[in-house]
Structure formats: structure tokens, C-alpha cells
Ligand binder design. Structure first.
Ligand SMILES: NC(=O)c1ccc[n+]([C@@H]2O[C@H](COP(=O)([O-])OP(=O)(O)OC[C@H]3O[C@@H](n4cnc5c(N)ncnc54)[C@H](OP(=O)(O)O)[C@@H]3O)[C@@H](O)[C@H]2O)c1
Length: 299
């Protein structure tokens, strides 16, 4: 019988791609969605091959019913504290109640186990969720993929094509991990089907310093890009405090200061990685950031 995998957050960007990969890999996929989910979103999930369960996602018994015979629950939920802590806790409790052996929490970030509370609001919630997850009987695997490489196309203010600048903080040689959303989704599908996956898996499509990104952009655009250093860790930390006080955005998922907190983590030596789990699945092919940037900037 095909393994049954349940995905929460399947209507989202990452979750929908995880589902497509799982179906392609031969899994039977169940997607749990909220009761008020729009019919078009449900149809998209069905078209991609998932069986959709519209349930009250705050009801442990309903989650458990959907989890019957499931081998792994994959969370790709995204949201504020309420989602990362409360909705994921119900998802976990439902999975445990149904006897699901494995769980993948919605982490998909840099390795936040190296950082402390207060350094990155969104990752703090994930670390708190881990204290709950690690007390449960379920076997779990967190996937740490660094930043989504796709953010380099514009959302992350690092490549400034008009000015031909690579804006960076800290050291120009400091390597940071980037993985495309597509690759993160495919790797997650492999992990969901891997009964012996460990507690943490660390991957990166590319590990690049600001200087590397500068060379890549010069190469692919055939225009000279320059490094622009905005400051060091201390200035960035001060700006985060000011931005958080002045701009607010506590109820937003990604207010500018949260992006700055993420950048501060990325340029920190604690984010440096000396071992990658990229080769765990031989069929997994990684997209180098350069390839993604060529596709984007040469359009
Ligand atoms: N490393 C990085 O650079 C990076 C960048 C972005 C995201 N991420 C991570 O990737 C993961 C997925 O993010 P994404 O961008 O794919 O998210 P997304 O597109 O916003 O999708 C979020 C999903 O969560 C569901 N959801 C939200 N609130 C919910 C609630 N209260 N109850 C039930 N379901 C709820 C949404 O359902 P509806 O369709 O019903 O709203 C949707 O399916 C998250 O862990 C996120 O932090 C990482």
C-alpha cells in the first residue's frame, strides 16, 4: 500500500509544492484545510492529487480522524503565534492521538536552535513549539534550509539591480545558506517518506557570501556590481529596535524589522554550517542560486 502522508498548510506556497512532489513520488496525500476554505483552493488541491479534508483545525478529534493510518504529518502552516503554537499543537495532538509515527513541523528556516529567545520573533515561536514537540512521543524532523533563495529576486533587500549594488551587513565573506522554495518542497517530500530521518536536517541549495552574490550578478548581467556595506551587527541591532518601536507591525507576519532580525541571524557566526544533509536522497537535484538568478534577471 502507498504511504499516506497528511499535509497541513497545503493551500500555501510551500505546502502546495510539497503535495505535488509527494503525489509524484507515489504517496497517497491528504490535505487538511479550514472549514471556510474557498472552493477554488480545494479544487486546486484535488487537481494536484490530494484528498481534501475540510475540518475544524482547532479540534483534536477531527484532526485525529483525518490522521487515521497516516505515516507522517507535514506542517507547512504559516502565521503568527496563534498558528505556530496553537494550531500546530492541535495538529500534533491529533497526530499523536491517531498514532501517527512521524511529524515535520513548519520550520523551513535557518537553524534557530543556535539562537536565543528575543533574537527573532518568528523563530522564537518555533523554538517554543519544539519544547512541546520534543516532549511528545512522536518522531520529528525539522528541515533547516536557510533563507528561501527566491527572496533574492526582490523581497530581500540585498540585490539592488538599479543601483548595481549588493547591500550587505557584517562581513563581505560571510557565507549564508539559500535554498529555493521548489527544492525545499521536494526535499521535504523525500523526508516525509523517509522513516529513518533524524531530528534535524540542514540543507542549502547554495552557500554564498555577499561577495559571491556580487560576482554572480556581475557575471550574469555583464554589468559591474559593487558591494555596499550598510553596517555591522551593532548598527543592525539598533535599527531593529528603532524600526520595531516606530513602525509597529506586531500583528504582521513579516514586518520589516522581522526581516532585519532574520538578516541579523544570517550574518551571525552561529549561523555558519559545517555539515550539510544535501546528499541524503540521491535523486534530489539542487538548484544553485546562480541558476535561479539567471532565469530571473535574464528574462
Ligand atoms: N526560510 C525562509 O526564507 C522562509 C520564507 C517564507 C516562508 N518560510 C516558511 O515556510 C513555511 C510555509 O510558508 P508559506 O510562505 O508557504 O506560507 P503561506 O503561503 O502563507 O501558506 C500558509 C498556509 O497556512 C495556512 N494557515 C494559516 N493560518 C491558518 C490557521 N489559523 N489555521 C489553519 N491553517 C492556516 C494557510 O491556509 P489558508 O489558505 O486557509 O489561509 C496556508 O495553507 C512557514 O514555516 C514559513 O515560515 C520560510
Amino acid at each position: 500500500m502507498n504511504p499516506i502522508i497528511l499535509v497541513a498548510g497545503g493551500t500555501g506556497n510551500l505546502g502546495s509544492k510539497i503535495i505535488r512532489n509527494l503525489v509524484e513520488m507515489g504517496a497517497s496525500v491528504r490535505a487538511i484545510v479550514r472549514l471556510d476554505t474557498a472552493p477554488e483552493k480545494i479544487k486546486q488541491l484535488e487537481d494536484s492529487g490530494a484528498i481534501v479534508y475540510c475540518i475544524n483545525m482547532m479540534d483534536v478529534q477531527q484532526v485525529a480522524n483525518a490522521c487515521k493510518d497516516v505515516q507522517c504529518v507535514v506542517s507547512a502552516l504559516a502565521g503568527l503565534e496563534e498558528v505556530v503554537l496553537n494550531v500546530q499543537k492541535v495538529l500534533l495532538d491529533g497526530a499523536v492521538l491517531a498514532g501517527v509515527p512521524r511529524f515535520i513541523p513548519s520550520d523551513y528556516s535557518l537553524d534557530f536552535t543556535k539562537f536565543s529567545h528575543g533574537e527573532n520573533r518568528n523563530l522564537d515561536w518555533r523554538r517554543i513549539f519544539h519544547t512541546y514537540l520534543d516532549k511528545s512521543s512522536i518522531q520529528s524532523t525539522s528541515i533547516f534550509n536557510g533563507a528561501f533563495a527566491d527572496l533574492l529576486k526582490g523581497e530581500m533587500p540585498m540585490i539592488l539591480p538599479r543601483q548595481k549594488w549588493i547591500l550587505y551587513w557584517g562581513k563581505s565573506e560571510h557565507k549564508m545558506s539559500f535554498t529555493t522554495i521548489k527544492d525545499t518542497a521536494r526535499y521535504t517530500a523525500f523526508v516525509a517518506l523517509d522513516n529513518s530521518s533524524p531530528r534535524y536536517l540542514i540543507v542549502a541549495g547554495s552557500q554564498l557570501s555577499p561577495r559571491d552574490v556580487c560576482e554572480i550578478m556581475t557575471d550574469i548581467t555583464e554589468k559591474k556590481f559593487k558591494l555596499f556595506r550598510a553596517g555591522g551587527l551593532k548598527i543592525l541591532s539598533t535599527l531593529i529596535i528603532i524600526a520595531r518601536k516606530l513602525a509597529g507591525g506586531e500583528n504582521e507576519l513579516y514586518p520589516p524589522w522581522q526581516g532585519m532580525q532574520y538578516m541579523r541571524n544570517m550574518i551571525d557566526d552561529r549561523a555558519l554550517i559545517n555539515h550539510l544533509d544535501n546528499d541524503r536522497y540521491p535523486e534530489m537535484k539542487w538548484t544553485p542560486v546562480k541558476t535561479m538568478l539567471i532565469e530571473h534577471f535574464k528574462k
